[in-house]
Design a protein around this ligand. Structure first.
Ligand SMILES: Cc1cc2nc3c(=O)[nH]c(=O)nc-3n(C[C@H](O)[C@H](O)[C@H](O)COP(=O)(O)OP(=O)(O)OC[C@H]3O[C@@H](n4cnc5c(N)ncnc54)[C@H](O)[C@@H]3O)c2cc1C
Length: 464
């Protein structure tokens, strides 16, 4: 990046809010994928006006701009693959408004998701999206990826709560989308278009979200199963008759890596877990929990435990959230996919994954949001071992093909980014892909905003 551009950027954000020192650039070269792409510079703008000025400059120069929240993305969305400027949104971190009467909140994109959930809980309100990364990921990153979490089975994902946005377009224009009302159908739904756009169409600078009353009561169950087949076959049966707010599962390996963190002892024949919760008002929860317990008691399961205190419930969830980071006790590297299949096909998918692991001599384990059919498939490897590296790549490709064959989709919440871009044509027909590329071109004709993401590039193999 030219010295002259750096000077102009410094004039916009202030000298102290721009860095080009190699050690600081390194910190902004990574995300949850562990891949490394250093930017030329990192800017820390203070507000929408500064972001708009940066985009006008970038569009005219031109140079790439990559928005970044906490950098916890799992598909490389915040990585500056073509160099340029990383736009770190950490200074836009204010909760601007909590409107209790109309049950909504307005936040800046750098607000940590867990902070918003805590702030509204104090007022008896609930912001349901709960990615496992909620203690460190940001609302801007959540909207850009349309993040989800365990509660999606009852409450839905980020897009179900975004009412409106303020967005800076690649040419610096500032637009406002959506409403502050319970309903609204004026014009095209631009709010939904930007939600899940992975930072490729505009920079989100304000977010208005819908809130709901905080559920008064909650009961959690830890259901110990004989094996993964028993666990995954139970999913559709449970959902046919019950309405849990979470329905997660852990396979044998996932269970093994977090077993010491669980607040309960495991039965010797437990080889898989279901983690289930019901919530609502106290009376309804008591009835739902009793019905669920009765249903499960008939299933000849090794054990069914009920969390009796808030501390036990929190310990269960802490163990569930620890699965992803604890995986590194198995191998130094992880390829983490978040595929989705129709719930009735989960048993077929987990069987396929077991065969895939055996075929390639790899450790592959699964866990995730069984209630949504959203399965996290984790391929563990040591990248310095060429056989394992090649096996992991082939296994990921075979997994995606199988997911599509089962009627599923490549990503439930992590997005496409760079890691799945080459596989997009497996799921999207050429005409749909062309429409999406046309939308990108309309918003960003000079391809300056987060280039190299979502769409297959020239380096992709012809027949994936
Ligand atoms: C341990 C762990 C557990 C996780 N669990 C979950 C989970 O349960 N569910 C889930 O959905 N995800 C999960 N993730 C993935 C990740 O946390 C989410 O994708 C999250 O939404 C990313 O937020 P972030 O602030 O880190 O965004 P970043 O990683 O910084 O960015 C993600 C994308 O959003 C874009 N972006 C960021 N801010 C803006 C903005 N203001 N305007 C426009 N574009 C923007 C970036 O350019 C990038 O494309 C997990 C990650 C980890 C490491």
């Amino acid at each position: 990046m030219k010295r002259e551009i750096i000077s102009k950027l410094q004039r916009i954000v202030g000298k102290n809010q721009l860095t080009t020192t190699p050690e600081e650039l390194l910190c902004y070269s990574y995300d949850g994928t562990g891949r490394e792409y250093p930017p030329d510079a990192v800017a820390f703008p203070a507000d929408t006006a500064e972001i708009s000025a940066i985009m006008r400059l970038a569009n005219a120069a031109p140079f790439p701009v990559v928005p970044r929240g906490a950098g916890s993305g799992m598909t490389g969305g915040s990585l500056p693959v073509a160099g340029g400027l990383v736009l770190a949104l950490s200074r836009l971190n204010r909760i601007l408004e909590i409107d209790e009467k109309n049950q909504l909140a307005v936040v800046e994109p750098g607000v940590i998701t867990g902070h918003l959930r805590d702030a509204v809980k104090c007022r008896g309100l609930f912001y349901p999206p709960d990615p496992a990364s909620l203690k460190f990921c940001t609302m801007g990153g959540n909207v850009a990826e349309c993040a989800g979490g365990p509660s999606a089975v009852k409450y839905g994902v980020t897009r179900d709560y975004v009412l409106g946005l303020e967005v800076v377009l690649p040419d610096g224009t500032v637009i406002r989308t959506g409403v502050r009302t319970a309903k609204g159908v004026v014009g095209y739904d631009l709010t939904r278009l930007f939600t899940g756009s992975e930072g490729t169409l505009g920079i989100i600078t304000k977010i208005t979200v819908r809130l709901i009353p905080y559920p008064a009561a909650r009961k959690s169950f830890l259901v110990q199963c004989r094996d993964i087949r028993q666990a995954t076959s139970l999913v559709t049966e449970i959902l046919a008759a019950h309405r849990p707010c979470t329905l997660e599962y852990l396979d044998r390996t996932a269970l093994h890596i977090v077993r010491d963190r669980l607040p309960f002892a495991l039965a010797p024949d437990s080889q898989a877990l279901l983690l289930l919760e019901v919530d609502g008002d106290a009376g309804a929860v008591a009835i739902q929990a009793a019905a669920l317990h009765e249903f499960l008691a008939e299933k000849e399961l090794p054990a069914i435990m009920r969390a009796e205190s808030a501390a036990e419930t929190e310990a269960l969830w802490a163990a569930r959230r620890a699965v992803s980071p604890a995986a590194f006790t198995l191998k130094p590297h992880k390829v983490s996919e978040d595929v989705v299949v129709p719930r009735s096909r989960i048993p077929e998918l987990v069987l396929f994954v077991e065969e895939l692991a055996a075929r390639h001599g790899l450790t592959i384990f699964t866990f995730g949001h069984a209630g949504d059919g959203n399965i996290h498939v984790n391929i563990m490897l040591d990248k310095s071992n060429p056989q394992e590296a090649a096996g992991a790549e082939t296994a990921a490709g075979a997994l995606f093909k199988e997911v599509i064959r089962l009627g599923g989709t490549l990503s439930g919440e992590h997005g496409i980014g760079i890691t799945k871009a080459c596989f997009l044509p497996l799921e999207l027909d050429p005409a749909s892909l062309a429409v999406m590329q046309g939308i990108k071109k309309f918003f960003d004709p000079n391809n300056i905003l987060n280039p190299g993401k979502i769409f297959p590039g020239p380096g992709c193999p012809k027949n994936n």
